[in-house]
Design a protein around this ligand. Structure first.
Ligand SMILES: [Fe+2]
Ligand SMILES: [Fe+2]
Length: 309
């Protein structure tokens, strides 16, 4: 990319020129507290988040490897620092979700099967893609986690119809940080590639993974956990309600976020066109206040990586 393009890019994008921290947490999950109707008392919608928790760890590992590979080609010390922080945040997300997934494995959940499927999809598929496509996928994945984070930050109550405080803390912390670092992968993509058709390809792969493959995997969970569900009228009512909670145009996580999701296809799109700074400020207080924050019982420490030449 030449200097003129860099300047042009900078002029059109409200890049957050801020270093971000890496936070360490210890949730000490307890299988006896795991609520399989965590999300709005809906079993299949909760299973979506359980399946997502498995597949996210592989997506995060791809983001980490791809970010590490491309960091060496960046020249802006602040963007390099932000990439290091992105890697650190994603590494801890992956670690914490793996701990949570180990708990789900004790909760009548086919975690080994899902890990097998996830690892094969990535090992024989995504991880073998050429680096430019992986860079585009990284930006695409981070777009979807930004969409999810914005929806969840705007629907805080959806996390409070459960007494499972640790699962709530896990997702709220993860959503806060996805929103906090939502522009980094995109800025790296635009800085090193900015190829629009390739950006669309990465978006489509992320779209199919998150809105087709993960929901398909999720549909297995309530049936494996309780096979009699297939004969239960109340379960089929749950299926209808759960589908609306994920895909419904009115209040579905993705269904009501369609304009945000597909805004990514705008040529001059930037993640910060969707301003979440006030929500982020609110949630930092809500979660991270040392005395009253929801994460206070689980918070270990944080550090901010230094600027890198
Ligand atoms: Fe993450
Ligand atoms: Fe992320």
């Amino acid at each position: 990319m030449n200097t003129a393009t860099v300047l042009d890019f900078a002029a059109h994008t409200p890049v957050q020129n801020k270093a971000i921290p890496v936070r360490h947490l210890a949730f000490n999950f307890d299988a006896s507290q795991a609520d399989d109707k965590f999300y709005l008392r809906a079993e299949l919608a909760t299973a979506y988040f359980e399946a997502l928790s498995i597949f996210l760890t592989y997506g995060e590992d791809l983001v980490i490897d791809t970010a590490r590979h491309h960091r060496q080609f960046l020249t802006d010390p602040l963007l390099k620092q932000r990439v290091t922080a992105l890697i650190g945040q994603e590494a801890i997300h992956s670690k914490m979700h793996n701990e949570w997934n180990d708990v789900l494995a004790q909760h009548r959940f086919p975690v080994p099967l899902f890990r097998f499927l996830g690892s094969k999809v990535f090992e024989y598929g995504f991880n073998r893609f050429p680096q430019p496509l992986k860079l585009s996928m990284m930006a695409g994945i981070e777009h979807f986690t930004a969409v999810l984070a914005e929806f969840m930050m705007k629907h805080e109550d959806n996390f409070f119809q459960t007494s499972d405080e640790q699962q709530r803390a896990l997702w709220m912390w993860h959503m806060l940080e996805e929103s906090e670092h939502k522009d980094i992968a995109y800025d790296v993509y635009q800085t090193l590639s900015a190829n629009y058709p390739l950006r669309v390809v990465g978006f489509v792969i992320a779209l199919i993974t998150i809105t087709v493959l993960v929901p398909l995997a999720a549909t297995l969970i309530p049936v494996i956990r309780k096979p009699s569900n297939v004969l239960s009228l109340s379960y089929w009512k749950d299926v209808k309600r759960s589908a609306a909670l994920i895909f419904g145009r009115e209040d579905g996580v993705y269904g009501s976020s369609m304009s945000h999701i597909f805004d990514y296809l705008r040529r001059d799109f930037h993640p910060n066109d969707h301003d979440t700074s006030e929500w982020l400020a609110y949630y930092k207080q809500r979660l991270l206040d040392p005395k009253t924050g929801l994460l206070a019982p689980y918070f270990v420490r944080e550090f901010t990586p230094g600027l890198q030449a």
